[in-house]
Design a binder for this molecule. Structure first.
Ligand SMILES: [Zn+2]
Length: 295
């Protein structure tokens, strides 16, 4: 069998885009005349036959056996797909709806989230929002994946390395406290000085009053406004900087971090310019931050 894609431009332009468009409510294939009347185009019999015969019977079988259930509404005869987010007419259901549904069926809640909730029982974790924070502004996948590892508690802090049998001690080599994930990124006395420097930088640049608590550093600040995205940008890059310092046995330095951040901001502003965006709040805030780093 030749696996060649089929594309009929005139059919696509008249609205025949999905397999459901050539099927009736009861799952049977629609006739050539039926399609011509419905979509107002001339249907070539050769094209019609080639398309209908190209739909694999396996696909129809898959839909029948799928975990996603359909039922016919007795009121108007339309086929409804029952999805977790609500019912949807089969004709308006898209591939991405099925994809999300299958992902939801497969996916399991990471055990790390239960651990965070147990440790910080007083905190209100909005996980869907917290998971999205690194993808809102940062572009580098290593920064995004670091945050993903933090949420999943997969960080080579001494406490974890000791639990995994890779280290003989769970103590921080800098201050001799237990090196938890929070200690690794926030609570170590060296990190405290570093984050104080980051807070001062952000306050001066963006003219806001902000105090970064441990959970703000670990997860970022949930908020849609541009200013939150800029602060989260600084927090994410700060954590990446701390991570690299720890892995390479370097002491964190706010001055070295500022220099790295300045270089990154130049790249971000160049990207905004090259995308043809003349001026927006995000660029304004980035420029304020950049000016503050230069002064
Ligand atoms: Zn320490």
């Amino acid at each position: 069998m030749i696996k060649k894609p089929i594309f009929f431009k005139s059919w696509n332009e008249s609205g025949i885009k999905r397999i459901s468009d050539v099927m009736k409510f009861n799952g049977l294939i629609r006739s050539k005349e039926d399609l011509a009347n419905e979509f107002g185009i001339h249907i070539d019999i050769m094209k019609y036959n080639s398309l209908i015969s190209a739909i694999p019977s396996k696909w129809k079988q898959c839909v029948k056996k799928s975990n996603i259930s359909c039922h016919t509404s007795p009121a108007d005869g339309e086929i409804i797909v029952k999805l977790r987010k609500g019912n949807k007419n089969v004709l308006s259901t898209q591939c991405k709806d099925y994809y999300k549904e299958f992902v939801n069926i497969k996916c399991e809640r990471p055990t790390a989230l239960y651990r965070w909730e147990e440790m910080y029982y007083y905190a209100d974790f909005d996980w869907p929002v917290l998971f999205k924070i690194p993808y809102k502004f940062t572009r580098e996948t290593d920064v995004q994946s670091l945050q993903f590892k933090i949420i999943n508690r997969y960080i080579p802090c001494k406490e974890n390395l000791y639990l995994w049998g890779k280290e003989s001690s769970d103590k921080c080599c800098l201050c001799n406290e237990i090196d938890t994930i929070e200690h690794f990124f926030a609570q170590c006395s060296y990190n405290r000085v570093f984050w104080q420097g980051v807070s001062t930088l952000v306050q001066r640049a963006l003219d806001i009053n902000i105090k970064l608590y441990d959970l703000d550093i670990i997860f970022g600040l949930p908020g849609e406004e541009d200013i939150f995205q800029i602060i989260n940008f600084c927090i994410l890059y700060g954590k990446k900087y701390i991570f690299d310092c720890r892995i390479n046995d370097n002491i964190v330095s706010i001055d070295r971090f500022k220099s790295k951040l300045k270089n990154r901001l130049e790249v971000e502003m160049y990207i905004i310019d090259s995308c043809g965006i003349r001026f927006n709040t995000k660029k304004f805030l980035l420029m304020e931050l950049y000016d503050s780093l230069c002064s």
